[in-house]
Every structure is written in C-alpha cells, then in structure tokens.
Design a protein around this ligand. Structure first.
Ligand code: SAH
Ligand code: SF4
Length: 359
C-alpha cells in the first residue's frame, strides 16, 4: 500500500502561499490546479523543475484516479474514484437542465450541472435502507480528497473552471461526521482564484447530527442544509436511522430553526419513501405539522431497491397522493426524479457492483 501524502488540494490559497515560495509561484500553482485541472507536476509548464521536485517529495497533485464510470442516457455519470491507499468511493455528475437553443440553433443558455460528492469511505450512521452503510465505515476523506472529486469530474467533462456548478454533499458518508475536513473543503471551493463556488451553491445533506448542525451554522459559511428526515415519529426514524436515538426529531427541528438561512431560501427536507413504512397520508399529515413555522421544501425520494434489502419501492400513486397532500396543506414539495435510473443510481451502488464484478 502506497504512503498517504497530503495533496496540494488540501490547502486554501493562503496556506499554499506559506508552503510555496515565492508567493507568485503559489498563485501559479493554484491556477494550474483549479483553472487548468493539472493532474501531475509535469502538467505545470511554467513552474521550475527544482520547485516541482521539492514539492513532489511532500505533496501529491490530485489524490484521485477514475476506477470506473457509468453513463446514463439522461446525462448522469456515476464515477468510482480510487484514493491513494486503493480505497474507493463515488461521485456523480448530474445534468440538471439541458442547454437552451434559439431558433437558429445558437446556445442561449448552457446546460446546468450539479456534482454529488462523498465525504467518507463508508459511513458510521448505519441507516438500514442504505447500501453505503452495509460496508461499514473505513475512513474520513481529507479536504483535498473532497475537493479533488469536483476537479476530476469537471476535467473529465471538459467543464471550464469559470462555468457555474452546484455541489451537493450527498454521496457516501455523513458530512457532519467529518466536519473539519468538510468545512475546509467548503472554504477551498469558495476561493476567488480557485473554483469560486459560493456557499449558496453548496448543499450539505445530513442524517441529522443536531449538535453538528449547530456547529456548521456557527461557522456561517453561507451553505445550505438538507435534512434526511425520512420519518415523522422517533420509533420509525430510529429503526431507519439508528443514530436517531441520540439525535431525535425534535432536536433536529430545533437545530434547523437556529441555522442561519438566506431569507430567500428554504431548508430542504429529504423524505425517502418506503412502501408500507412511511408512504401513508397519516405520515403526510404529521409531516405538515412537524414543519410548521419552518421555511421548508420537501423532496420525496423513491426508495431504490438493491439485492438483499427488505424494503420495497413505493407505488407512483402513493407517491403522488403524498405529494398532493403536502402541497394542499401549504408545503412546497417535489418528487426527486430518479436520475441515472438505468445505471446504479443510489449511493453505494456502483461501488458494490464493481466489487462484485471483480470477485
Ligand atoms: N449521509 C448523508 C448524505 C449522504 S446519503 C445523509 O444521509 O443525508 C444521501 C442520500 O441518499 C440520502 O438522502 C439518502 O436517503 C439517500 N439514499 C440512501 N440509500 C438510498 C436508497 N436505497 N434509495 C434511495 N435513496 C437512498
Ligand atoms: Fe450514512 Fe447517509 Fe447512508 Fe445513512 S443514508 S448510512 S447517513 S450515507
């Protein structure tokens, strides 16, 4: 197993300026990393050879390589990425909006993309419906390993550095369980001379570690949060998300109310719908009550089955009645269209598939 070196992507521009002298060289390297997506020192043409040699002793450029890739007909591309120690995790390239053409075929608006990133290899939370949880927890990702997912996917899709992109922390792992590296990555993404992705373009999805929601809020990074709620009573929620026993529904709702939210925005509540478990209108009614007083938006997600699971995908009719109930009672509610349904859609599924193919 190769030694784990820090990556140049582990540092903010200010930190890199302390590590690389003179300062203008740090600026050039930052540009190589985030404007030209350099993946090796050889790519950095205007950097002196001796400086590159010195840096290469201590730092790797990009800590990730693409191990596998699946492309869906809807434009979704799922990546299996390999880390320096041979461990793997996933990131997903999502096409949110097609490009708009005028009557002459000229592009009037470019297509819009979102990148879904992982924050850990595996996860400690252990949700009973989640494939990532089945493999247990391996390790946290460093800030550079989180940042490199966006650089690698933008590069692979020829997406120029100055084109806008959204980031959702919804891949493998619980972001708030890796708070230090998560917040460092958020800051590196925001760097003006780097990728320049503002906080409002970044959404942290959490299974509800309420004390850490407060900590993230106190840092005032300008990011959005999405809460994976999935159930309206603590009994069912604790069955689905064992950690709920320590961070119950009320503690999450209270933390959300304290979180600094852009007044024009809403907090997203994700609600994974499982047939016969939480797809009834009584649950919808309780959900409306629970979210009273919060500027909320609910995103209903179809449970995505995988071999060996005890849960089932809900019917379209039940999904739609649930949505209609929420809308009728004043909540904004969308049904997540299952992007990449023809590939290994839900988190953890490409990794699992590749493992099986190797075996
Ligand atoms: N750990 C964080 C973020 C990563 S999980 C969290 O739980 O919010 C990202 C999303 O994947 C969650 O909303 C989760 O509900 C969803 N997910 C996990 N397993 C799924 C499955 N089998 N089908 C559909 N969505 C799933
Ligand atoms: Fe972890 Fe999120 Fe999967 Fe739960 S749903 S096990 S928190 S990755």
């Amino acid at each position: 197993m190769s030694e784990l070196k820090p990556s140049l992507m582990d540092y903010t521009q200010k930190e890199l300026t302390k590590l690389v002298k003179p300062a203008f060289r740090a600026k050039q390297i930052y540009s190589w990393l985030y404007h030209n997506y350099a993946s090796s020192y050889e790519d950095m043409k205007n950097i002196p050879k001796n400086l590159k040699e010195e840096l290469s002793q201590k730092y790797i450029v990009n800590p990730l390589t693409i191990a596998n890739k699946e492309e869906s007909i809807d434009g979704t591309i799922k990546y299996l990425l390999e880390l320096q120690d041979g461990k793997t995790m996933e990131a997903v390239w999502l096409k949110m909006k097609d490009e708009q053409l005028d009557c002459n075929g000229e592009v009037v608006q470019e297509a819009k993309y979102t990148i879904c990133v992982s924050t850990q290899v595996g996860c400690k939370v252990g949700c009973t419906f989640c494939l990532t949880a089945k493999g247990g927890f391996t390790r946290d990702l460093s800030a550079g390993e989180i940042v490199a997912q966006v650089v690698t996917l933008k590069k692979d899709n020829n997406h120029k550095h100055n084109r806008k992109i959204n980031i959702v922390y919804m891949g493998m792992g619980e972001p708030l369980d890796n708070l230090t590296n998560l917040t460092k990555a958020i800051e590196i993404f925001k760097e003006d001379e780097g990728l320049c992705i503002s906080g409002k373009r970044q959404t942290v999805s959490t299974s509800g570690l309420s004390s850490k929601i407060d900590k993230l809020g106190e840092m005032d990074l300008g990011v959005h949060i999405a809460i994976s709620l999935h159930a309206v009573d603590d009994k069912l929620r604790s069955e689905l998300i064992p950690m709920n026993k320590a961070h119950n529904i009320q503690s999450i709702i209270d933390a959300v109310k304290r979180f600094p939210i852009d007044t024009r925005k809403r907090v997203m509540f994700e609600y994974l719908v499982i047939k016969g478990k939480n797809d009834d209108l009584d649950s919808a009614k309780k959900l409306v009550k629970l979210l009273t007083g919060i500027k909320a938006k609910v995103n209903l997600i179809y449970f995505n089955p995988y071999p060996g699971t005890d849960y089932d995908r809900p019917s379209r009719e039940d999904m739609v009645s649930f949505q209609e109930y929420l809308i009728k009672h004043g909540l904004l509610c969308t049904i997540r269209d299952s992007k990449g349904i023809d590939i290994s859609a839900a988190c953890g599924q490409l990794k699992e598939k590749t493992k099986n193919e190797v075996i």
